[in-house]
Design a protein around this ligand. Structure first.
Ligand code: DAT
Ligand code: MG
Length: 141
């Protein structure tokens, strides 16, 4: 096992439903450290660039509209196997398929409004962290 960093986003539905604190608590209680944290309103261009890998998918336009529908909370999580552990905490993309006790099972309302994003590999984590944070905004101690 190795210490990794991963990018997490609390999406506009969960921010709007006042779940920021409950979600961050799950990260911290699982041993994932918050190494960076910011709240921001994504521009359309930022959201399209972030989800560029999905640009040909039928849900791309609605995904971008959703991601810019309100502010998001973006954080870098750090810890042993952080990428996989965050995905476990999140649960399946579709909340109807998410295991009980996962963030998406408890806070998501639809596949299109599923409360959180998490990087799916160490390579995408590096790209996604760099997309939102400068090196001096990340506290690795
Ligand atoms: P994940 O967020 O679990 O990594 P993904 O990368 O496959 O899932 O898709 C990115 C986001 O796109 C997902 O969180 C919600 C949206 N999405 C995925 N599949 C969808 C679908 N069938 N209908 C509507 N939105 C979808
Ligand atoms: Mg994904």
């Amino acid at each position: 096992m190795a210490v990794e960093q991963t990018l997490s986003i609390i999406k506009p539905d969960a921010v709007g439903n006042h779940h920021i604190g409950a979600i961050i608590q799950r990260f911290e209680e699982s041993g994932l450290k918050i190494a960076a944290l910011k709240m921001l309103q994504l521009s359309r261009e930022q959201a399209e660039g972030f989800y560029a890998e999905h640009s040909e998918r039928p849900f791309f336009t609605s995904l971008v509209e959703f991601m810019i529908s309100g502010p998001v909370c973006v954080q870098v999580l750090q810890g042993e196997s952080a990428v996989a552990r965050n995905r476990e905490l999140m649960g399946a993309t579709n909340p109807e398929e998410a295991a009980p006790g996962t963030i998406r099972a408890d806070f998501a309302t639809a596949v299109s409004a599923n409360a959180v994003h998490g990087s799916d590999s160490q390579a995408s984590a590096r790209r996604e962290i760099d997309y939102f944070f400068a090196a001096d905004e990340i506290y690795t101690r």
